[in-house]
Design a protein around this ligand. Structure first.
Ligand SMILES: [Mg+2]
Length: 127
């Protein structure tokens, strides 16, 4: 299970990585759109955790680029993208889904919230 974690706050990145590694997920952490797209293009991930507030390009824009790449490549199974955001406005979830993300996890969240959310996408092989 390979997860791409796009998060510019290094402390948050460290905490989330710690939780994910406890479940034996392999985590690649990046802090900006360039590294996110480079990794997405070069490594086959199973899931992306996408922060929204990022420098230069935000999570919505990066997601749009990823979906565009998938379309160009005629990717059969689109990668699940879970938005991770501190903005708890009610319409945020809609905005994330409209931007091509699959789910939405509001900060702050517990490790259990995180596992439960990821489990939605990997019911068959939850290890
Ligand atoms: Mg951020």
């Amino acid at each position: 299970m390979k997860i791409l974690l796009v998060e510019d706050n290094l402390l948050n990145q460290k905490v989330v990585t710690f939780h994910l590694q406890k479940k034996n997920y392999k985590v690649t952490g990046v802090t900006n759109w360039r590294d996110a797209l480079t990794n997405f293009n070069n490594i086959s991930f199973d899931l992306i955790l996408m922060d929204i507030m990022l420098p230069e390009k935000n999570g919505y824009e990066i997601t749009a680029e990823i979906r565009k790449i998938e379309e160009q490549n005629k990717t059969e199974k689109k990668i699940p993208i879970i938005a991770v955001t501190a903005n708890a406005l009610d319409n945020d979830k809609d905005r994330c889904l409209n931007a091509g993300m699959d789910e939405y996890l509001a900060k702050p969240f517990t490790s259990q919230d995180l596992y439960k959310m990821i489990g939605k996408f990997f019911k068959e092989n939850t290890n």
